[in-house]
Design a protein around this ligand. Structure first.
Ligand SMILES: *Cc1c(COP(=O)(O)O)cnc(C)c1O
Length: 395
């Protein structure tokens, strides 16, 4: 087959404002770190980069867990890693489902031959701890799993009560922190989380490609006392831990330049400080909500259950979902997400993740949305920017 190499041009996507459910805008510092020379995965310099990355990750996860590492792969790889390592055929596993990512967890558990106890909650609402308590009464689950920040709905489920309920039942507590990590507190040790996984492209503002996970001593004990080997060779933490830990034993080649990027992203988080970073996410969220509501639009999620980094805005009557999102992208370079599953065509998912959680983005989005909606003949009130400015002024 003839191939004309000249017909392939240099990659040049132009710039975007990434305000969807991820990836989020990547700071130049991270891209620069990723363009450093690729060296060997056992090079002493790289080993020190690994150690530093783990130190920074433990600080972000607020944990002493030794096995705190980035899994090679996106957030879903971290999800799968946690389940394949901790679940054996026949184990009872409770999965709380209130959106797409809880559904994905139960899919994985089903494939592992475990006894899935799936607890469904309304999409757009938090998981109800009492319902979980009642369901597992008299049962002996190995694991209780929940999504902290449901990116498909914009809902936050508080973790402390669920952690207690899981441990009271003798179960391990597994948390999806893909969207929450780096944008709100994920206190692994204080909240008794036994397994947490995340992703690099949400509130860490790194390109997609790694999944930071943390496993508690109790989780490692469960791993060590398995009867059967982990069914996934690639994600088997009993082997991967020997590369990230003391032995430095080759398992698979670490994605060197991705680790550079994650280290830089975590360094940026540490420089800002966790408190300041979470407060920034919260403030920009409040300003965005004030602006959206001033326009006469409404939020899907009740105020006290809203996520600071993912805002689900109900699509107003008369607005054409693909046409509005298309215009935002074409005219203003802004990417926002559409709804998933039952929420398709009903909501926009507006991300304010990591680097993208900024006053500039909030104001740009509000002004652009107002312009686009009015341009397409949808009636919206004016004053969004003033409402957002009031929130900023009050802080
Ligand atoms: C994005 C996301 C995932 C999946 O991560 P990928 O990087 O797309 O594999 C899992 N859980 C939640 C809550 C997410 O937002």
């Amino acid at each position: 087959m003839h191939l004309d190499p000249q017909s392939f041009r240099d990659i040049n996507p132009g710039s975007r404002v990434l305000m969807g459910p991820g990836p989020s805008d990547v700071p130049t510092r991270i891209l620069q770190a990723m363009s450093a020379p690729c060296i060997g995965h056992l090079d002493p310099y790289f080993l020190s980069v690994m150690d530093e990355t783990q130190k920074l990750l433990r600080s972000l996860y607020q944990t002493e867990n030794e096995l705190t590492i980035p899994v090679s792969g996106t957030g879903s790889a971290g999800m799968e890693a946690c389940f394949v390592n901790l679940v054996e055929p026949g184990d009872e596993v409770v999965v709380c489902v209130n959106g797409v990512f809880g559904t994905r967890m139960s899919d994985i558990v089903g494939r592992l031959g475990a006894k899935l106890i799936r607890l469904d909650f309304e999409w757009g609402k938090a998981v109800d701890p009492e319902a979980v308590r009642n369901t597992i009464q008299g049962k002996t689950p190995k694991l209780v799993a929940v999504v902290h920040a449901e990116t498909s709905t914009g809902v936050c489920t508080p973790l402390e009560d669920l952690s207690k309920i899981a441990h009271d039942a003798g179960a391990l507590f597994l948390v999806d922190s893909v969207t929450s990590l780096g944008g709100m507190e994920v206190a692994v040790d204080a909240w008794g989380i036994d397994a947490a996984y995340s992703g690099t492209q949400k509130c860490l503002s790194c390109p997609p490609g790694l999944s930071p996970i943390s496993l508690s001593p109790a989780a490692l004990e469960a791993l060590d006392s398995r009867k059967a080997p982990v069914v996934s060779w690639y994600l088997d933490m009993s082997m991967v831990r020997n590369y990230w830990g003391g032995d430095r034993k080759y398992h698979h080649t670490a994605p060197i330049n991705m680790v550079y990027g994650l280290r830089e992203a975590l360094r940026i988080v540490a420089e800002e400080g966790l408190e300041a970073r979470f407060a920034r996410h919260r403030l920009n969220h409040l300003a965005l909500v004030a602006g959206v509501e001033a326009m006469g639009l409404s939020m899907l999620v009740a105020e006290k259950e809203r996520l600071p980094m993912l805002n689900t805005v109900c699509i107003p009557d008369g607005a054409d979902d693909p046409k509005v999102r298309g215009a935002l992208l074409r005219q203003f370079g802004i990417e926002v997400g559409g709804g998933l599953g039952d929420l398709a065509g009903k909501v926009w998912r507006v991300g304010l993740m990591g680097n993208a959680s900024s006053k500039r983005n909030v104001c740009l989005f509000l002004a652009s949305l107002e312009t686009v909606l009015k341009g397409q003949g949808v009636k919206v009130a004016s004053g969004a920017l003033e409402a957002a400015a009031e929130v900023y002024a009050s802080e």
